[in-house]
Design a protein around this ligand. Structure first.
Ligand code: NAD
Length: 332
């Protein structure tokens, strides 16, 4: 099947090209993000392949349908960026990659915790500059601390497993308990998790119910000095509320791999630009905030698996087969 691939980087091509050749699909790579201004590029392609910050809003979906596109293969797990009702109206089938490597995201999550706690990023720069002082690098033992995991699906479970291995007391919260996670910690009400956790990490999807789930009120219920980590979706966190929490000291550490307005920033080299997002720039000034540019998924294992599943989705579309990875209009 011919597919228009949006938001292409070299690393995408490196993994998608061999997978497409093996599966007999023809990919055309476009660097721009999919959005209203670029949707016309997909005209004549039966399928599009999009990533996390590609926009599949109602107007984009209508444009894709006008151009003859019938299939959308998301090369990511999250699908909050897709108007599934619009896809259903226009008869577009949408599939995603529900699990490519929960380990990749879980390991990056714990990496952020360790880096914030032990200040590796500062130590690295100091030693390079011949500054061997350890003053200011004081951390804490994670062993014996309480870690709260919100969202105990595939990634949350792996995070809980690693933290349990560190000797943390793990508190879990989810709207639906996961039996695979029960042995790793204790399910508690959200308020208990907020009140007792020294570290809180978010692994629930972005939905209407979870939009800004961490707001001023939620932060106020957390333990003073809490470490907060978000590697899930930016809009789970009300960023100005987090900035207030950092300024007051209520949040002692903040680790982010995602940001609500990341689509305008992440995945590009903007080091020569004047960044216009004042909220992001304020965040970046805190010494106790560590931000990565949506790279938690970014391992060889994950990219290989994303390419494999995406090609399998295109093959099933082509053959008119049902798909476990398909999203219905009711999802989300
Ligand atoms: P999953 O579907 O396996 O698990 C999500 C869990 O969240 C489920 O157990 C679900 O019941 C729970 N949940 C739903 N609503 C909730 C709520 N209101 N409160 C608490 N829990 C709730 O998904 P996953 O594979 O573990 O991925 C989790 C999220 O991680 C994805 O939605 C995606 O946004 C994000 N993600 C980020 C990256 C990255 O590179 N940073 C990569 C992959 C996924």
């Amino acid at each position: 099947m011919r597919a228009a691939v949006f938001s292409t980087k070299n690393y995408d091509r490196q993994f998608l090209e061999p997978a497409a050749a093996a599966a007999g699909h023809q990919l055309t790579f476009f660097e721009p993000r999919l959005m209203p201004q670029t949707a016309v590029l997909a005209a004549g392609f039966p399928a599009v392949c999009s990533f996390v910050n590609d926009v599949l809003s109602a107007d984009v979906v209508a444009e894709l349908a006008r151009g003859g596109t019938r299939y959308v293969a998301l090369r990511c797990a999250g699908y909050n960026q897709v108007d599934l009702a619009a896809c259903a109206r226009h008869g577009l089938r949408v599939a995603r990659v529900p699990a490519y490597s929960p380990h990749a995201v879980a390991e990056h999550t714990v990496g952020l915790m360790l880096a914030l706690n032990r200040k590796y990023h500062k130590a690295y720069n100091r030693v390079r500059e011949g500054n061997f002082s350890i003053d200011g690098l004081l951390g804490f033992d994670m062993h014996g601390k309480t870690a709260g995991v919100i969202g105990t699906g595939k990634i949350g479970t792996e995070v809980a497993r690693i933290l349990a291995g560190f000797g943390c007391r793990v508190l879990l919260y989810d709207v639906a308990e996961n039996p695979a996670c029960r042995a790793l910690g204790t399910y508690v009400p959200l308020d208990t998790l907020y009140a007792e956790s020294d570290m809180i990490t978010l692994h629930c999807p972005l939905t209407r119910a979870t939009h800004h789930v961490i707001d001023q009120a939620a932060i106020a219920r957390m333990k003073p000095g809490v470490m907060l980590i978000n590697t899930s979706r930016g809009a789970l966190l009300d960023t100005p509320a987090a900035i207030d929490g950092l300024k007051s000291g209520h949040i002692r550490y903040l680790g982010l791999d995602v940001y609500e307005e990341e689509a305008e920033l992440f995945f590009e080299d903007r080091s020569d630009e004047v960044i216009q997002d004042d909220v992001f720039m304020r965040l970046a000034t805190f010494p106790n905030v560590l931000i990565t540019s949506h790279q938690a998924f970014f391992t060889e294992t994950a990219l290989r698996e994303i390419a494999r599943t995406t090609m399998a989705n295109l093959t099933a579309f082509e053959r008119g087969e049902p798909l476990e990875t398909e999203l219905g209009a009711a999802a989300g």
